[in-house]
Design a protein around this ligand. Sequence first.
Ligand code: SF4
Length: 220
Amino acid sequence: MRFVGRRRGSSVTSVTDLAKFLTCPYLFLREKVVGKRKTAAMKRGLELHRERYLLHREGAAEMDIEEAVEASWRGKVIGVEVWIDDGEVGGFVDRVEVEEGRARVVEYKSTPRSASWKTSKLQALIYGAILRRYVDYVVVEVRTFEEELFFRRQIDGAVLEAYEKGKEAFRRSIDTGVFPPLPGPHCRYCPLRKSCPLFKSSSLLFMGVSEVAGDGRVQL
Ligand code: SF4
């Protein structure tokens, strides 16, 4: 059965914001304060998301994730643009498939480069950690719209623990106003790499989710 999520207003932190923060708090802050210029690739990505949504929506049921999980015991359910949250963090999952208590989450990106970006893996992991509230077994993937696989991981205890640490780090930065740079291989594609202060700080070890995301192209 195909379904689309019901639109929900919510004041939670967005999955995208938390993923960007965990990629690099300094980059997150700069983009929040200065804003981010929409590139041609980003605009194309938004169009592709919209096209997929409209195609899928044709004849699809409208339901919340709780109803979809319930329905999955009567047969596989496939949803796009499905809202999930845990009361603190939330967002719309690009695609979720659930069957008999097992779920697969897919985060779609428009280019191989954006599919390789650490933030994309973190987004998928965060969606997966939230979805574990509803089902016991979750696998997350990052793919291009052409279905090329760039990242795959089961959501286990290590991811859930890292997710809680990540949320705690986010709250701490909001409270203290400290958003340090977090250098790594992801700096290669950072729009700020020429002006970044690249401060070194041992306190960055709290970024548990970042470690779980890794930098390998695909993790199986
Ligand atoms: S270059 Fe690296 S450390 Fe500096 S802002 Fe960009 S991602 Fe962060």
